[in-house]
Design a protein around this ligand. Structure first.
Ligand SMILES: Cc1cc2nc3c(=O)[nH]c(=O)nc-3n(C[C@H](O)[C@H](O)[C@H](O)COP(=O)(O)O)c2cc1C
Length: 200
């Protein structure tokens, strides 16, 4: 069973291989892989090169730190994410450091950093499952996140395991086919809703 994307046009194999598992192997992630994953995030583009992203990381061999990150997730995400060897909180700075003005691109740019991180992880045989289901205020109090910063997302990182070994509820999710809107619904030309000739 492969969760590999079935693209309509050729795409890079790293993009095709990426997917978000629910059932993780408990094998730890090597320290050198983790460093490179965050280095990849560091080199993402950002509006005015503000680099509004921050990450709070916990590995299973730091049980207290790991439990703190896990406690920030909503229960539905805790249920499966607790098998991942690495949990990360994605945090944004809401305002520009240079002038204190609101950074409208902060969420977007955390997404770019997460995408870079995810592709670096994929290249290393790892998987990343991002989450929005968490309690930002709990994240703030548990980790002392200062005003102006906000816990926005979480990421589970590790090796996808054989879903045949997963409990019924999770097995279905990891074996379900992957779907995407067709290009004709998302790439427009002359007017809204009119398919661009670029993708015909
Ligand atoms: C920003 C973001 C937030 C997400 N939040 C959750 C979440 O809270 N819980 C969850 O189970 N999956 C979450 N997902 C995973 C998506 O459901 C998943 O990426 C989507 O179904 C596409 O599947 P794929 O990543 O395997 O291609 C999130 C993904 C992203 C990018």
């Amino acid at each position: 069973m492969s969760k590999q994307a079935q693209p309509s046009y050729p795409i890079h194999e790293l993009l095709a291989k990426r997917w978000s598992p629910y059932w993780y192997d408990e094998r730890p992630v090597k320290a050198e892989d983790l460093r490179s994953i965050f280095e990849a995030a560091r080199w993402a583009a950002s509006s005015y090169n503000e680099q509004p992203w921050r990450f709070i990381v916990a590995t299973k061999d730091q049980p207290e730190q790991y439990a703190k990150v896990l406690s920030v997730l909503v229960e539905a995400n805790q249920a499966w994410a607790q098998r991942a060897p690495v949990l990360v909180l994605g945090v944004i700075g809401r305002n520009f450091e240079r002038n204190g003005k609101p950074n409208k691109a902060a969420e977007h740019d955390l997404g770019l950093a997460a995408a870079s991180l995810t592709l670096e992880a994929t290249a290393r045989g790892l998987h990343v499952h991002q989450m929005i289901g968490l309690d930002p205020e709990k994240g703030r109090s548990v980790f002392g996140v200062p005003a102006g910063f906000e816990v926005l997302t979480a990421l589970a990182i590790g090796y996808a395991a054989d879903p045949a070994q997963a409990p019924e509820a999770l097995r279905g999710r990891d074996t379900a086919p992957r779907g995407r809107k067709p290009l004709s619904e998302i790439v427009f030309g002359g007017t809204w809703g009119q398919v661009s000739s670029a993708v015909k």
